[in-house]
Ligand binder design. Structure first.
Ligand code: F0G
Length: 482
């Protein structure tokens, strides 16, 4: 079962868990939020968490653990080498993915660092359905290049396509012909494609793409960080998989790849990461990077307590009731905002609800970061922290000009099992208010711009006094103390 039915009203998502421990939240008065935003350089990454009411920045490392995950921590076996916890974790992942060898890492980007370090040479090309910020940065750092070959319709904001993360097989063939298979370091397919709105990729598409890669001897890599949401969509949207269990689908997907890696800050409800390697020789060739950059081979930078919790978390990921929660809450948020006329990325995906900033603030030039401006405004008007996923999250072109992102979005992430439906309704209400007052939002410009991954720590300022005017209007409707 994945959705509770209702008797005489439209169904809404119902939490399939109860709250056992809570954290108090506070909503700062509007004018104080303006001060906090100025101190944070109009970058939501730089806000302090205590100043935030709804933290929807990310679903990474902030998912709620279950009672069983917390209880499992007591079994953790502390040892520099040979921890029993590691062998239990390896066994659980082998049981799920059918791949024997595990290289543990401290988080997802560490996996990307190691995979890129092993395969990418200057001038190599890496094929992806779509890039993720850190996965691309690790390839380009080593002089490689990313070819994003998602189907064109994946970038259409408003759509009813069930699998917008699918890769275009004709583009893959053309890319192999142009580059030559030897120059392709690997093909990386991302489940739950993050930067186009957490949109899933179908099993059929992964199968066809990996078969093509294998024909040419190209190594196939699955980024399984968002696999839990992707599995829900494979099960509920993909004809032919409706009768399969989540466990069966996970195994069918993993069977297609040489390497499966994940950020356990998403996959498994904990913190950490891992690379599953099918081929023994390849596995041994990558081991040295773990001992050099991560930790010993039986913890890889993770705390054994987290690893013990993850073992239970991986098992929970095989439970349809549990993995339905995120996509159902996101779907509710997307559908309600869509009904209210707010331009949203549809259909709702995993990981979060995504607002199409390019349409909402179409008066802000691309070089003044429309999504960056909208996400700053949303903190001012509601204490809600989202994340910019657009031009600000891109690196500049080599000639210093802006690389205008193909999609310009504000992401409202739904950390798994964290927020209730009434909190979701509050977010819907404030987004609608902001949409109705969108003409008051202005652009931003950098005052401190780091060269790499600038969105994390860059500082910006508004191009005019629009934040003051926006807050004044907000106070008229909601009062000083909200
Ligand atoms: N791959 C995907 C698909 C991701 O979403 C992330 C992280 C990573 C790799 C890197 O993993 O953070 O553990 O190093 N996404 C986070 C986010 C940061 O907020 O979307 P990490």
């Amino acid at each position: 079962m994945s959705q509770i039915k209702f008797y005489n009203r439209e169904p809404v998502p119902v939490e399939m868990h109860k709250v056992k421990i809570v954290q108090k939240l506070s909503l700062l008065p509007a004018k104080e939020r303006l001060e906090k935003m100025k101190n944070a350089g109009f970058n939501t990454f730089m806000l302090h968490n205590g100043d935030i009411f709804m933290d929807m920045l990310t679903d990474s490392g902030v998912n709620a653990m279950s009672d069983n995950m917390q209880a499992a921590m007591l079994h953790a076996d502390d040892a520099y080498a040979g921890s029993e916890t590691f062998y239990r974790m390896n066994d659980k992942l082998t049981e799920i993915f059918g791949i024997k060898h595990l290289l543990p890492t401290h988080q997802g980007r560490a996996c990307e660092h190691i995979i890129a370090q092993h395969f990418v040479k200057p001038g190599s090309c890496v094929i992806m359905n779509y890039h993720f910020t850190t996965s691309k940065a690790h390839v380009t750092r080593l002089g490689g290049r990313v070819e994003e070959l998602v189907k064109d319709e994946g970038l259409v904001v408003k759509s009813d396509l069930p699998f917008k993360g699918n890769i275009d097989l004709d583009k893959v063939k053309a890319c192999i012909a142009k580059e030559g298979a030897d120059n392709i370091a690997y093909m990386r397919l991302e489940a739950g494609t993050n930067l186009i709105g957490g949109q899933p990729i179908s099993y059929e598409n992964m199968k066809a793409a990996t078969e093509l890669a294998k024909e040419y001897g190209i190594v196939t890599v699955l980024d399984a960080s968002l696999l839990q949401d992707n599995l829900y969509f494979n099960k509920t949207r993909e004809e032919g998989l409706k009768d399969k269990s989540i466990r069966e689908i996970a195994r069918m997907i993993a069977d297609l790849f040489d390497i499966v890696y994940f950020s356990a800050r998403k996959f498994g409800f904990g913190r950490g990461g891992g690379i599953m390697v099918r081929d023994e020789e390849m596995f041994h060739a990558m081991e040295d990077y773990i001992t050099m950059f991560e930790g010993f081979l039986t913890y890889g930078g993770m705390s054994v307590k987290e690893m013990e919790a993850l073992i239970v978390g991986f098992e929970e990921t095989m439970d349809l009731d549990i993995i339905s929660q995120g996509p159902q809450f996101i779907n509710h948020c997307v559908k309600e905002l869509d009904k209210l006329g707010v331009p949203m990325v549809t259909p709702g995906g995993g990981l979060g609800a995504h607002i199409d900033a390019r349409q909402v603030v179409d008066h802000i030039p691309a070089e003044q970061y429309p999504a960056g401006s909208l996400v700053a405004a949303l903190y001012l008007c509601g204490g809600i922290r989202g994340m910019e996923r657009g031009t600000l999250s891109e690196e500049r072109n080599p000639d210093g000009t802006e690389h205008i992102a193909s999609v310009e979005m504000v992401r409202l992430a739904f950390p798994r099992r964290v927020f209730t439906l009434s909190q979701t309704e509050y977010v819907i209400d404030r987004v609608k208010w902001l949409y109705d007052h969108r003409h008051l939002i202005g652009g931003l410009r950098f005052v401190h711009e780091p060269k790499t991954l600038r969105f994390f720590t860059g500082r910006l300022e508004p191009v005019s006094d629009w934040p003051e005017k926006l807050i004044a209007e907000y106070i008229k409707d909601f009062g000083e103390d909200q």
